[in-house]
Structure formats: C-alpha cells, structure tokens
Design a protein around this ligand. Sequence first.
Ligand code: GLN
Length: 478
Amino acid sequence: MFSFESIAQYHNELKKGSTTCSAVVEFYLLEIESKRHLNAFVEVYRQEAVERAAELDARRKDGSPLEPLHGVVVGIKDVLCYKGHKVTASSRMLANYTASYNATAITKLLEAGAIIIGSLNCDEFAMGSSNENSYYGPTLNAHDNTRVPGGSSGGSAVAVQANLCMVSLGSDTGGSVRQPADFCGIMGLKPSYGRVSRYGLIAYASSFDQIGIFGKNIPDISRTLSVIAGPDQYDSTVSQLPVPDYASGLQNGPNKWKFAYFRDAVEHPSLDPVIKESLLNYFDRLRSAGHTVDALEFPLLEYIVPTYYILTTAEASSNLGRFDGVRYGHRTELETGDLTDFYARNRSEGFGREVKRRIMLGSFVLSAGYYDAYFTKAQQVRRQLYDQTQLIFKDYDVILSPTAPTTAFSFGEKSDDPVAMYLGDIYTVFANLAGIPGISLPLFWHNNGMPFGLQAMTNQFQELSLLQVSELLVQHAH
Ligand code: GLN
C-alpha cells in the first residue's frame, strides 16, 4: 500500500517504477471515501483526477523529466477559482457558482504537474476560526472528532492531517492557515503579503489575504511555494522579487540564530499554561544550543485583535458588496417588486450569521460619523505595528510565539461568543497586519491529547530564512 512521507520520496518511487500516479490517486480516493465523516471536501474531482493521473503516467513513459509537482495530489480551499469547477466560499451565496477562470496559484500548480483532487471545506468566505461557519457543516478534527479543526481553512488542514492529499492550499487573512495547522498537528505556512498572487482567490480582506500551504514537512512546503509564488500580471500587489528555489536552499542557513519573543504574548492570561511551559522550556533548549532567545516588550499586543477586526471587516464589507444576486450569487425565489427589497432578500438568504455580522461591523467602522474614530485609528495602529516590527528585525532574525492560546476546542464551545472566538486570533493576526510570513510547526503535544504548534515569523519576503529556521526548529523538538 502507498504511504506518503514526502514529495521527494514519492518521486523516487515513481522513478523506480514502484508506484504510479494512477495507483496513488486510487489510494487517495479510497482514503477520502473511508473518511467522509470528516467532511473535509466540498467536492471531490474523482473522474478528473483519475484521468489526469493516467495522462501524467503516460507522459512519464515518454521519458520526460518530472515536473516539480508531478503527480502530487493537492486539495484546494473552496475559495480558489478553478475553471469549470464550483467555487462557493462554503456559502449559500455562491452554492451554484462555477469559476470561469483559474486562480494564478491553480494555473501554476497545474503547470508544475499537480493533480487537484478536490475543493476543501472552510468557514464561509474564510471568516472564522473553527470551520463551524460553513454552509456545508463543520469539518471534524481527525485527532478527536468532537473538536474543531480550526479555521477558516479547516478542510485544507484536515485533508493533510488525515492523509486525504499530499499538500493543500488554504488562505490566511488572520491565521486561517497557521491556526488550523496548529490544531491538527501539521505545518502551515502563510507567505508574506504579495509573495503569492491573489488573482482568483475570493477576497475577504484584500490588504491581508494571502494564499498559504499545508504540508507534513518543510521540503514539500518549500517546493510548493516555489511553484505558486512570484510576479503575476493579474495582481498588481504581488511582489516583483524573484522566487528562490526554496527547497534547494534549505540547508544554507546560519548556524546560530537570533530569536525574539514577546514577553506579553507568553505571559498573556488567555494562554494555556501547558502551552506556555512547553514554549519556555523549548526556548531554554534553543539557548543551550547556542542560539539567542530574548524576551521583548511589545505594548501594542493588546491592540492587534481590535485593529485586525476593524480593518478586515471594513474591507470585507466592501469586497462582499458584489454579492447582490444580480452580478453574483444567490437570488431569492420570493416575488418582490421592489429592487431594494430584492437585494436585501438575496443577501439575507445568501449569507450566514458571521458574514452578516462582519458586513455590519465593517459598514459601521466606515460610516461617516465613525470613520476617523475606528478606521483611521486602526490604520495608524497598523502603521505603528509595521514600524515596530521592522525595528525588531534590525536586531533579530525570527520572532517566535504560540500559534494559538489553546489547543483545538470542542464544537459549540465558542460559537455563541464571537468576541471569545476573535480573541483566539491574538497570535496570528500580527503577521497579517505587518505583512510578514509566518509558519506553524507541530512541535508539541498537550496532556489533553491534542497537538499544538510553535509559530515562527521572519521579515517580509524572508521566506527562505523562515523555511531554513523551521528545519532547525523541528530538529530541536526531539
Ligand atoms: N480567524 C480569523 C478571522 O476570522 C482569520 C480568518 C482568515 O485568516 N481567513 O478573521
């Protein structure tokens, strides 16, 4: 039976002829079938994946070299446009919407030889931290089915956690890749803002959104990042910086690193004491291996969740304006002669509670009377945060922090308390506000039986350093 360790190992098997893409796709389709209860997929592209695998195997017989993602089985979050396939943002609003073009990341995956196996469940319009806001119902955490997988990219995390694909794509606006990776015991990378084109990614908050990668090891994530990153004529916010071959540069990092962490982050009352202890012990281990690990004061910590929720809801209220049932989205079946009423019904029926809450919050913070008090103020805090972050990176290579204050919580535990849910994003939104890359590494187990991760962040476009240091951090966990 096929067992997946890494893309390199899989490619070796393909070269030796001990497996084929077709056999591997059959394997994953069976796994997906036997774990349907996890509700990770919105749609499985069964027939298409089988045909694509056969085509890739036939190409191999011609003796052509392997593309970087040849035959790699990838799942994609249900917010990425894949031409001819449904893309719904796990919302009733788009339940019948078919993508008419490919997201750039999808085009690049396909050009690199990937097999896209299906679309993955998420919180509606990527808004949430538990996958409980999906129109299709929640995805279950495969470690403990009574617990959430995290969100919003819960399906993408569980698909990798439960061996339903090799790597998956998610999107991360405030932690939606790193937090579910943390809750599921896998790796999740959010690149710098502008590293990966957002073309074809359904927008939530455009100045925060970034496509991210879930995987089981750093070389696989590095290889996938090299494929999907880079300039794109369809996204003017994407960086023109050349894309390194991340995977081949992994070994070239420095021997000694300078780490910083925020004392207030680790002392924060919301942080689970077991997570706190594990991190502090781990920092000691890094120190005894000769690395610098310093505690810094960071007074802005208390402001980052409010700042994030003011700015992202403002952007969301604007981005989601297009879903009116005329240009896009759900259209009411009720007869109505009044246009305003028609829009209102389309949107009331099409959007779920959390999305409505955010549209209202966003409209409020942008309203004439409150714009300066909320939106402008939050933009100022974001700027200060960015400036302070740049100062830190003058002296340090990496910022370390918990990924989330707790391990995966139970279904229903926070769903009636949006503020409690939002506060759980305290450690992840920082990277999106500052535009820097972050990764969650599955280094620890809690005595409640659940995994949890360490978050590492480097300066903007320092993904190579981040991936290099990740390899080192993983080694220190043992
Ligand atoms: N949990 C955060 C939110 O609800 C992050 C979501 C995301 O990154 N898409 O906004």
